[in-house]
Design a protein around this ligand. Sequence first.
Ligand SMILES: CC(C)(COP(=O)(O)OP(=O)(O)OC[C@H]1O[C@@H](n2cnc3c(N)ncnc32)[C@H](O)[C@@H]1OP(=O)(O)O)[C@@H](O)C(=O)NCCC(=O)NCCS
Length: 199
Amino acid sequence: MSGRKPQHDQGPCTIRSVRADDFEAISEIYAPYVRDTAITFEVDPPSARTMCDRWQSSSATGAPYLVAERDGQLIGYAGSRPFGEKVGFAWTLENAIYLDAGYQRRGIGLALLEALVNEAATAGFRQMVALITALETETNKDTASVYLHRRAGFTVSGRLANVGFKLGRWHNLIYMQRALGEGAASSPIPVTRASPTLA
Ligand SMILES: CC(C)(COP(=O)(O)OP(=O)(O)OC[C@H]1O[C@@H](n2cnc3c(N)ncnc32)[C@H](O)[C@@H]1OP(=O)(O)O)[C@@H](O)C(=O)NCCC(=O)NCCS
């Protein structure tokens, strides 16, 4: 894919498809969120090898996975994988998006997510789902991820109470969702035709 530049960022930033040799940097970006937050419910930071293996198994379905680079440094990523293993879920993706903490609030997350949505729609997927930990406090009722997804056209489609335990407490989850392409307005093309690797 061709590089795209975030609208609001100060300096040049390129978005491109992930490569196997990106996963050292990706695992370093992800690790602090695993160790220190309930944004993800993993508790042990996965190795670069593990993250690469996960990508390789989901990329066989055609699910897009993008990275943002600045000055040759990988500063964020947006990945996707099938929402469920059963065949009927083949057109629905779950996403994940993480930035290096030093690069937040510059439009990079939105640029990555919009690019992921466009790639997924072009590939024939029909829905994208984000599963977001509700980290609300008394002063801040939404998390950055809720703001980001709303800005990218997602709406809240469900909430689950107390389904994740991490860092000493139970957490609620928010489902956000948006249609891709024709969404539910038409039947999808058969799985075997959407991508040779989806069957
Ligand atoms: C969530 C995350 C990817 C957002 O990326 P980002 O580059 O910081 O977000 P952007 O600068 O593109 O902002 C996109 C929109 O969300 C809003 N937003 C982002 N973070 C916000 C925050 N903390 N509070 C309020 N609004 C916020 C921005 O104002 C912007 O809206 P606008 O264009 O109307 O002003 C980034 O904060 C991050 O990596 N967070 C930690 C990991 C995480 O939570 N991942 C999501 C897991 S589901």
